[in-house]
Design a protein around this ligand. Structure first.
Ligand code: ADP
Length: 285
């Protein structure tokens, strides 16, 4: 299963991704977390990203595309992955399409968690309070001021992806205002309807600690709900058309550059060898 979770900050992508990881035995690839790790480790990427992230802006497309490309190649991502926080711009989505095509991989679903904007601030405030309680370090960008900027960048740069994926018939929208376990159940129903199979080792042991009984209800219910996503996708397409109107146009140049870079990198090992062989053969002739 290869899934993208789409939604504004505070929509619950991280929470849901973790539950999916436990149930389906796939990995969560969160660009936000990877970037925060890079910042903490002081790597060159981290140094580049630090100020941008603290201010609520977006790290350059080629940086995140590079990170994701490398990460998808790791053995633990072979069984599938959930992208959380990526893609975040249309050029990133186009780069991802290229990347997956190049790796002969297919995207199964893009799940949009739709929430009322008015709920986001209080959700983030709750998250901050809970982290403080647990003695965890609070994110520097989890302040009301920076959140406003993150939301603005979501609206202008990320929301157009709703249109992008609904046009490609990949989008399903789930009401992210429901309780956490209800959202999880809705995601499971959707994934079952799409033909997702829970690995045996994960199916029994983890249901208890994750979502109670969502899987037990089985394929019958999934078939019922299968109709729903189509409806919500239509609605989403309408809404996203509206959103896309005000959005900036895709920077084809930036995308091409990023993809070129990636493909070059990927081609460094395999294809070069065969290219050499070909030239040798030609020389013989
Ligand atoms: P959020 O809760 O806002 O979704 P994330 O943890 O996903 O937060 O990301 C935190 C920050 O990391 C973002 O505000 C942005 O600066 C950077 N970031 C994460 N993913 C991307 C991406 N795909 N493209 C550009 N910047 C990103």
């Amino acid at each position: 299963m290869r899934i993208i979770l789409l939604g504004p900050p505070g929509s619950g992508k991280g929470t849901q991704a973790q539950l999916l990881v436990q149930r389906y035995g796939i990995v969560q690839l969160s660009t936000g977390e990877m970037l925060r790790a890079a910042v903490a480790a002081g790597t060159p990427v981290g140094l580049k990203a630090k100020e941008i992230m603290a201010g609520g802006g977006l790290v350059p497309d080629d940086v995140v595309v590079g990170i994701i490309s490398d990460r998808i190649d790791q053995p633990d991502a072979k069984a599938g992955f959930i992208l959380d926080g990526f893609p975040r711009t249309v050029p990133q989505a186009e780069a991802l399409d290229e990347l997956l095509k190049h790796k002969h991989m297919k995207l199964d679903a893009v799940i949009e968690l739709r929430v009322n904007e008015s709920a986001l601030l209080s959700r983030v405030e709750t998250r901050v309070a809970q982290m403080r309680e647990r003695g965890e370090e609070v994110r520097v960008d989890d302040t009301p001021e920076v959140l406003t900027k993150r939301l603005a960048s979501y609206r202008s740069l990320t929301e157009p992806l709703i249109h992008y994926y609904s046009e490609r018939r990949k989008l399903s929208t789930i009401d992210g205002m429901m309780a956490i376990d209800e959202v999880t159940r809705a995601i499971h129903r959707l994934l079952l309807a799409l033909g997702a199979v829970e690995p045996k080792t994960h199916a029994k042991g983890t249901t208890k600690s994750t979502v109670k009984g969502a899987a037990k209800k089985g394929a019958k219910k999934a078939a019922k709900v299968a109709k729903k996503p189509a409806k919500t996708a239509k609605k989403a397409a309408k809404a996203s058309k509206k959103a896309a109107k005000g959005a900036p146009k895709t920077t084809k140049k930036a995308l091409k550059k990023a993809v070129k870079k990636m493909v070059k990198k990927a081609a460094k090992k395999g294809p070069k060898k065969s290219a050499k062989k070909v030239t040798k053969k030609r020389a013989k002739r």
